[in-house]
Write a protein that binds this ligand. Structure first.
Ligand SMILES: Nc1nc2c(ncn2[C@@H]2O[C@H](COP(=O)(O)OP(=O)(O)OP(=O)(O)O)[C@@H](O)[C@H]2O)c(=O)[nH]1
Ligand SMILES: [Mg+2]
Length: 207
């Protein structure tokens, strides 16, 4: 039996630039877009690299809170992936911590190209208050959401089962909506790629 075909073959990749402020520059492109969201250090940039099979495409930071802009990557001249700045990094001042709200919220609310969001949760931890706030915001805007559990390589098989259930309950999503992933082992890459392809193929919802 042959292996399943890659649900997302990467043929072309291009970094388009970053959006630093509400109403600031963003790509003029009208290609469909999906954004990667999650708290600082959860593994957004690592997951993007895993997805596009490049070691250092989106920057991975040793210093949490590094990605401050919304970074746009064009894939196969067909769609755009947006790497959102991580929220809730504890060592950033309260004032600066809140700075993500208008940028991310403005981006999510006023974006006709946006087909959905990949929301990341650290497999080892409880969702934070900011995570819950993001789920509420996504539900309110009505954006289709894929939920990825990152860093599952750090859990035992037993812990993993318990965490999938616990996180799904806490975030109000179905267990089979959760995609366990690891940028270290590559687990989950093709599941995420397949879900992403389906999301990108969907027409923008107008309800
Ligand atoms: N073990 C393990 N470590 C991971 C995984 N994904 C990311 N990391 C590590 O977690 C740290 C943060 O990863 P990033 O990808 O930079 O996280 P981010 O969400 O983009 O962070 P910000 O840009 O600061 O918001 C890095 O040290 C990564 O090497 C994973 O699946 N497994
Ligand atoms: Mg990052």
């Amino acid at each position: 039996m042959s292996a399943n075909p890659d649900p997302l073959v990467i043929r072309h990749l291009e970094f388009l630039g970053g959006m630093a402020a509400v109403g600031g520059w963003r790509p003029e492109s009208a290609l469909p877009e999906v954004a990667f969201s999650g708290r600082s250090n959860v593994g957004k940039s690592s997951l993007l690299n895993l997805l596009v099979r490049r070691k250092a495409f989106a920057r991975v930071s040793k210093t949490p809170g590094r990605t401050r802009e919304i970074n746009f990557f064009e894939v196969n001249r067909a769609f755009i992936l947006a790497d959102l700045p991580g929220y809730g990094y504890a060592r950033v001042s309260k004032e600066k911590q809140g700075a993500w709200v208008p940028l991310i919220e403005g981006y999510l609310r006023n974006n006709p190209n946006l087909r959905g969001v990949v929301q990341l949760l650290d497999a080892r931890h409880e969702p934070t208050a900011d995570d819950i706030r993001m789920f509420d915001l996504l539900a309110e805007i009505g954006l289709p959401t894929l939920v990825v559990m990152t860093k599952v390589d750090k859990l035992t098989a037993k812990q993993r089962v318990g965490q999938i259930t616990a996180l799904a309950v806490r975030c109000g999503v179905e267990e089979d909506q959760m995609i366990p992933c690891s940028a270290t082992t590559g687990e989950g890459r093709d599941d995420l790629a397949a879900s992403l392809a389906a999301l990108l193929a969907s027409s923008p919802s107008d309800d």
